[in-house]
Design a protein around this ligand. Structure first.
Ligand code: HEM
Length: 148
């Protein structure tokens, strides 16, 4: 339907520079919930500055991982349930590293922020609505990782 087209078109634009838009997403996320930066511990040392985190090779990899999951969701718009098992286990991993399910609301806000920054006027209210629904559905599957 038209909702899916809005998502596919806008993702085609944004995914041309995934690292940039992913960095906008996480910069926004750390503005809204600064304590989340402490969950990223590589080699059991944690970042004391957001900028150190954003610039690290491991965190840059995490950004790529996030964008790959979103890319998979966009590619599977007609069969999102095929990602269900994977997203449940992804949720479980995030619970294990100390992420609270509520923080994924802030991630959603930050995703919309990054899309809007990347798309400008092309980010219409219909596009926002379409992405909100897709994101809600991804989080719905991930949330099972906190419940069972
Ligand atoms: C892995 C934190 C959001 C996808 C991880 C790891 C941490 C982490 C600490 C393990 C280290 C690593 O692989 O870099 C967080 C935090 C988030 C967040 C604090 C926001 C509150 C997301 C989102 C997605 C995502 C929104 C995608 C929708 C992944 C993937 C992995 C991962 C694919 C690798 C899992 C594996 O090893 O199988 N995350 N993450 N993360 N994260 Fe996140």
């Amino acid at each position: 339907g038209p909702q899916k087209e809005l998502i596919r078109e806008s993702w085609q634009t944004v995914s041309q520079d995934q690292l940039h838009h992913g960095t906008v997403l996480f910069s926004r996320l750390f503005e809204l919930e600064p304590e989340l930066v402490f969950l990223f511990q590589y080699n059991s040392s944690h970042f004391s500055e957001v900028q150190d985190c954003l610039r690290s090779a491991e965190f840059t990899e995490h950004i790529r991982k996030v964008m790959t999951v979103i890319d998979a969701a966009v590619s599977s718009l007609d069969s999102l349930s095929s990602l269900d098992e994977y997203l449940t286990s992804l949720g479980r991993k995030h619970r294990a590293v100390g992420v609270k399910l509520e923080s994924f609301n802030t991630v959603g806000e930050s995703l919309l922020f990054a899309l809007e920054s990347g798309l400008g006027d092309a980010f219409t209210s219909d596009t926002r609505e379409a992405w909100s629904l897709l994101y809600a559905s991804v989080v719905q599957s991930m949330s099972r990782g906190w419940h069972r």
